[in-house]
Design a protein around this ligand. Sequence first.
Ligand code: SF4
Ligand code: SF4
Length: 450
Amino acid sequence: MSLVPKIILLILGISSFIGFFAFFITSINEKEIRAARITLLIAVLSASIFTGSAFLPLDLQLVILVLSVICLFLFLILFLLPIGKIEPDISIPTSRFDERNITFARARLIPGSQEYEMYYSLHPENKPFDDANRKLPGLLSDSSRYANPHLFASSQASFFLTESLRSRVDGEVALRQRPLSSKKTSTYLKSLATYYGALDVGITALKPYHVYSHIGRGEGTYGTPIMLEHKYAIVFTVEMDYSVVATAPTAPTVMESAKQYVESARIAIQLAAVIRALGYPARAHIDGNYRVIAPLVARDAGLGEIGRIGILITPSHGPRVRLGVVTTDIELVADIRKPDASIIDFCNICKKCATNCPSKSIPINERQKIKGVLKWQINPDTCFRYWYVAGTDCGICMRVCPYSHPDSFFHNVIRWGIKRSGSVRRVANWLDDFLYGKKPRNKHLHWTQT
Ligand code: SF4
Ligand code: SF4
């Protein structure tokens, strides 16, 4: 009988070592050296404590066993009980957004052009800031901070490909319209998007606030009011490579963004072409030629929530995704959005993107009600100014976001807990800082060192 506590303590020693050692291996694979060192130390310490306790007097063995059971019990309560449940926010914008006002559209205006004069006569308040930006090195510029001839050329090549696809977002609709079941078509198109390379796919009814009010970029006449009357939007994510994103804000990160813009454009264009071949109108929305605000469409299709960072945070990959959209008139079944308050609550606690942002463009305080929507309003102008100095699209906020960790067993267990319980959200936030640092340094990929 007196051997039983000893055996249990030895089993605990071995299993805690195996568990932490597995996390150590995961961290090594992810090149997270700080997390690897810490977990190796914990693996050795926990194994030593449990196995060492097995050789203490019986009374002490029992005390340690009771304490371990209490800890295990508390741990299970933390994970399994939905403590700290919060109410989701379902507010929606009260007006449409003019694409001409977005930073990217303003950056394209050529001084002296008709569009330039038209825009700044309507919005003179933006002119001094935008003109000052035009004097900075700019994206993929040789004189920018993270200039890299090889990687910038690769990024340019991807942007070139996306640009050449911009005229292919729409096309002829087949004359014969096939009668189709909306349920079967929805399931098929979602599976097809995944087959083409999408990570996650959703469908939503297209709402007026999803659609920009006026053309600011892409095909069509600048400033024309947008009339997009499709009934549905199919929206999908594509994953950005974690190891490349981890190099942010240096050159590989913009190469990865550019590559995934190509992927999302390719999938959207293929999907739209399939729907048109079935006899229904469909338009793809791709980088530089959107008619819709993709993050809002994705949120309403249930793919995630708009976080502190101002873009879509998905539960499984955080902001480490790019989006593609197809709007169409084919009859579909919209997904029912289940607002995920856990993401908003986690952003309330976390603030890691805000404290790491080099241009201080991400708010550190609570959400504000802006045009009917409770949200964190980032400053896209100061963010973009940083891009123009860096020469890349920065991505530090995406890199440090705890949701961006790779899709692996340990991170998924934490994600599961984060979704369920406010206590886990608080512990996970502390753990992320402890294991990866409050200000994680960017990593290097040897094959991109030139
Ligand atoms: S991309 Fe960089 S500069 Fe822009 S908000 Fe994110 S961290 Fe800040
Ligand atoms: S870093 Fe933190 S606060 Fe920022 S978007 Fe990610 S979870 Fe939210």
